[in-house]
Write a protein that binds this ligand. Structure first.
Ligand code: FES
Length: 205
């Protein structure tokens, strides 16, 4: 399905932020993923028209970067870090907990489209390893037990907006760095919550 007026309006506002239309390609791909949970062929056509590049050029970018998904994701994308700092802090047990709870192997989505699981390279939270992202919101210092609790909470409570601070307070342990501010914004989709492109949402407390 093509983009509705509301999405097109957001797209045009993003394009206006850049001196050249094509520079808006990355954020527009996030809008596409917000819309469908993956980058659809229709969105590739839409974006190609919006920024005046070929569909092949759009596809070459969307298929290169792993944060743009080619298949439908579940409501919650669980990205578990497997790089060195996390590995030496027992990320394997965290990975196994996610696999056990969801029944998923790497890059799989469950039938109910609730969870997608992926093992990823460093997500920049090495000081709080092992680290996980839920819809690109980071939680650090997880144990296998806390990982299961987090998955249960997602499954039972089905939060609409995932906020890193909330994940950290509920399930996290050692953290890399304290920003010393409360951040109440997060992601409502399987895309990063960026305020300047409208993918960040505020959570009521
Ligand atoms: S190695 Fe896991 S966050 Fe950097």
């Amino acid at each position: 399905m093509s983009w509705d007026n509301e999405l097109l309006e957001r797209a045009h506002k993003i394009i206006e932020l850049y001196p050249q239309k094509r520079s808006a390609l990355g954020p527009l791909l996030y809008l596409a993923q917000e819309k469908d949970g993956f980058i659809s062929d229709d969105s590739i056509v839409e974006i190609s028209n919006l920024v005046d590049i070929t569909e092949v050029q759009v596809k070459s970018v969307s298929s290169f970067y792993s944060m743009y998904k080619e298949e439908q994701t579940g409501t919650y994308l669980l990205s578990v870090c497997k790089s060195i700092s996390c590995e030496i802090n027992d990320s394997r047990s965290v990975i196994n907990s996610v696999k056990e709870f969801t029944g998923l192997e790497n890059y799989e989505t469950d039938q109910d489209k609730l969870f997608t699981f992926e093992e990823v390279e460093c997500i920049g939270a090495c000081g709080g390893a092992p680290a996980v992202q839920v819809n690109y919101e980071t939680v650090e210092g997880l144990t296998p037990e806390k990982t299961i609790e987090m998955c249960e909470w997602l499954k039972n409570d089905k939060p609409e907006i995932i906020v890193a601070d909330q994940l950290q307070n509920k399930f996290g342990g050692t953290k890399s760095f304290d920003w010393a501010i409360e951040d109440n914004t997060g992601s409502a989709y399987t895309v990063p919550g960026f305020q300047n492109i409208g993918t960040a949402k505020e959570k009521d407390n």
